[in-house]
Design a protein around this ligand. Structure first.
Ligand code: DC
Length: 234
């Protein structure tokens, strides 16, 4: 197994602000940012392109599994600087955020063969350079021995409010109740699946960002990292 270099592992539910925070922390530390949600989204897009994506509940996953395994084995995923993602030679960064991908990615992320492939890739990235890795199983499964572990959360209402603002900034009006229901559904799916469910591991520092600014959250994580770095030098 590749040996990870320095890893800041961040887990948390949908909409907790992990990407924004992880990106900022990575920039300040000079580490690479690894958005593992984007990797699961890229696999979902590949399955959609190949016509074998499971439905949002995953009820047809078993019958589609052989075709999905072929599609996964043949896919070329490149994680570029600045968080851009290339799939089979084309830049799919924006395509990863469509409703089609959004509605099916949880069912794809529940598949053990997909998780095994992504875990392997994530560890390879971590072996190459220091990273800030964010997702649902960074602290529990992929990097359980990471030097720094954080569980970042916020109330479902606050997460829905932030997501509505994001949509608005991109010119889309989506009703708060719709967004809240989607977030609650996603939370339940991600935390009740059998393989690598989202959970707060006691060894990860809990950060509830409901009434914190982005800068406060970033500082809290930087304090954790720098505190431990100083302690190890003492
Ligand atoms: O963080 P996100 O919304 O881009 O994640 C997309 C989906 O992928 C979400 O359903 C959770 C899943 N995911 C996962 O299961 N494990 C990860 N390490 C990252 C994301």
């Amino acid at each position: 197994m590749p040996v990870p270099t320095e890893v800041v592992a961040i887990d948390g539910p949908s909409g907790a602000g992990k990407s924004t925070i992880a990106k900022a922390v990575a920039q300040r530390l000079g580490f690479r940012h690894l958005d593992t949600g984007a990797m699961y989204r890229a696999v979902t897009l590949r399955f959609l392109d190949e016509g074998c994506a499971p439905d949002p509940t995953g009820s047809d996953s078993a019958s589609l599994s052989p075709r999905m395994q072929v599609a996964l084995a043949g896919m070329q995923l490149e994680l570029l600087p600045q968080g851009r993602v290339r799939l089979d030679g084309r830049d799919v960064t924006e395509a990863l955020r469509t409703q089609d991908v959004e509605s099916r990615v949880s069912a794809v992320a529940a598949l053990s063969f997909v998780r095994a492939a992504m875990t392997r890739l994530q560890r390879e990235v971590a072996a190459a350079s220091p990273i800030v890795a964010e997702g649902r199983d960074m602290t529990t499964v992929v990097f359980p021995k990471a030097q720094w572990k954080v569980f970042l959360t916020a109330s479902a209402e606050e997460r829905a409010r932030r997501r509505c603002e994001d949509f608005k900034a991109r010119g889309r009006e989506v009703a708060f109740d719709t967004v809240l229901a989607e977030i609650q559904k996603r939370d339940l799916f991600d935390s009740s699946r059998e393989d690598a469910p989202l959970r707060h591991d006691a060894s990860a520092m809990l950060v509830d960002s409901t009434s914190m600014t982005t800068e406060q959250v970033v500082q809290r994580i930087l304090d954790l990292v720098r505190g431990a770095q100083q302690a190890s030098r003492a």
